[in-house]
Design a protein around this ligand. Structure first.
Ligand SMILES: Nc1ncnc2c1ncn2[C@@H]1O[C@H](COP(=O)(O)OP(=O)(O)OP(=O)(O)O)[C@@H](O)[C@H]1O
Ligand SMILES: [Mg+2]
Length: 428
């Protein structure tokens, strides 16, 4: 079977190097929707079909996120290219096999590093690695360990090559010095930046939303729209959050609550599901829905699907009608408006800052907001102690859910004086 190797028909010029370069490292940072993942998935298929020695290792920080991202994208690309019947896709173990030769694509998580270096191939060698969303990778040494395991001569003038794709949320990340800064980066590296303009498969509405963000939320747009390194300065929750995998058993004994912030056209509706360890001051965020354009019915359905019923739900009080609809028309139990009043936002944030946040890998909206929620600057460019009112949908939801554990007396939101006292009591 003939595969269409007409690369210019498949991807935009920014991605040609994926198919023409023999550099050791191809590092693609980029905006949302710039086409990085799709283009790399094309490369996965094309390299296997055109070089019989090639097997792929696809790595993300968390193995559990592979099936719905990299695996699904490669599968989609195989169908889009019309070659899917040449491949076998299995979920357990998560693998893709090229039927004519037995060449394979293996999927691994850095969270289980031992399973990475012990892979046996049946045909050819592992000589291609795709590090997807590698902003999530925590330890530089983990990449080095994988790279060091790629050795041995390859046939047919074959070469080793690793592709890195990510959104560059912070310029403090080790990826910058390792692959981008000319003075410090690894040799034989091709590094580039792509934006939504490099992807002509986006719908107009999505592009308009991105372009709108340049005006409404320049801090986030820097990364999400322009693909530039984020400047992680003045983060409100700096150093207080980490992405980590954990099981529901590990948080089984902890009180749980759901926070809900309503958006619609431009802002997402965010439902944040958390468990709180008040003794050790840790909040575990174990689930989320985070989406624009959600109608009341969809919000009710999402609450049900994510198992919110049975938990207290605290919702954005600016939308009383929505709350009443959820209660009365959709039977959502145990939902109440978040309390508000003088300084309630800043008090809620101060309370949050006395905690550390462990964010489950499937909770993406909150993680992005934590990486972009900053203090505002005054007109002289100095930091104020007021957060900017942007990137705070999941964060507001979480704040509402946490308020239940300090700012309520019984069922009643405290008055201003009581809240001031409550903040004092936690030593802030
Ligand atoms: N070459 C292409 N051919 C067809 N469709 C494409 C192509 N590139 C991208 N797309 C489509 O555009 C969308 C966005 O692309 P993709 O997911 O690859 O972007 P991304 O850069 O990985 O974004 P993010 O930073 O959000 O992960 C996808 O839904 C994909 O189907
Ligand atoms: Mg992607």
């Amino acid at each position: 079977m003939q595969i269409n190797l007409n690369i210019p028909q498949l991807v935009s010029p920014a991605y040609y190097p994926l198919f023409t370069s023999s550099n050791r490292y191809l590092a693609y940072k980029g905006s949302r929707g710039s086409g990085k993942s799709y283009a790399t998935a094309i490369k996965v298929i094309v390299d296997i079909m055109s070089h019989s020695y090639v097997n792929w290792l696809v790595i993300r920080q968390f193995f559990g996120t592979q099936k719905d991202s990299t695996f699904a994208t490669i599968k989609k690309v195989a169908y889009d290219l019309g070659v899917a019947e040449l491949f076998k896709f299995t979920v357990s173990p998560l693998e893709i096999t090229y039927k004519p030769t037995g060449q394979q694509v293996f999927f691994r998580g850095m969270d289980d590093a031992l399973k990475i270096t012990s892979i046996q191939t049946t045909h050819g060698s592992i000589c291609r690695v795709w590090y997807e969303e590698c902003y999530e990778l925590k330890r530089e040494e983990d990449i080095d360990t994988v790279e060091e395991s790629l050795r041995g001569n390859l046939p047919d003038n074959g070469f080793y090559q690793s592709v890195l794709t990510f959104n560059p949320w912070s310029d403090k990340h080790f990826l910058k010095a390792k692959y981008f800064d000319e003075k410090t980066r690894k040799r034989k590296t091709f590094a580039t930046t792509t934006t939504y303009k490099d992807n002509n498969h986006l719908n107009a509405d999505y592009v308009e939303d991105l372009e709108d963000m340049l005006r409404t939320n320049p801090n986030r747009a820097r990364v999400a729209v322009l693909g530039k390194w984020g400047i992680a300065e003045g983060l409100v929750f700096d150093g207080l959050f980490e992405q980590r995998d954990f099981s529901m058993e590990q948080i089984a004994g902890l009180p749980k609550a759901v926070g809900l912030d309503f958006g619609f056209k431009h802002d997402p509706t965010a439902g944040e599901f958390m468990a709180i360890d008040q003794k050790n001051h840790i909040v575990y965020v174990y689930d989320e829905f985070y989406k624009q354009g959600m109608l009341t019915q969809q919000i009710a359905q999402s609450l049900a699907q994510h198992k919110a019923f049975g938990l207290p739900i605290i919702a954005d009080s600016a939308e009383q009608r929505l709350i009443t609809e959820l209660q009365q028309a959709y039977g959502v139990p145990n939902i109440k408006p978040a309390g508000k009043g003088k300084d309630s936002i800043i008090q809620g944030i101060q309370f949050m800052q006395s905690y550390r946040f462990v964010i489950h890998p499937k909770v993406k909206g909150l993680l992005e907001e934590m990486n972009t929620y900053v203090y505002a600057k005054d007109k002289f460019g100095n930091w104020t102690n007021q957060p900017e009112d942007a990137n705070n949908h999941a964060i507001d939801g979480l704040r509402y859910s946490m308020s239940l554990f300090t700012f309520y007396k019984g069922n009643q939101y405290m008055n201003y004086q009581e809240r001031v006292q409550a903040v004092k009591n936690i030593g802030l």
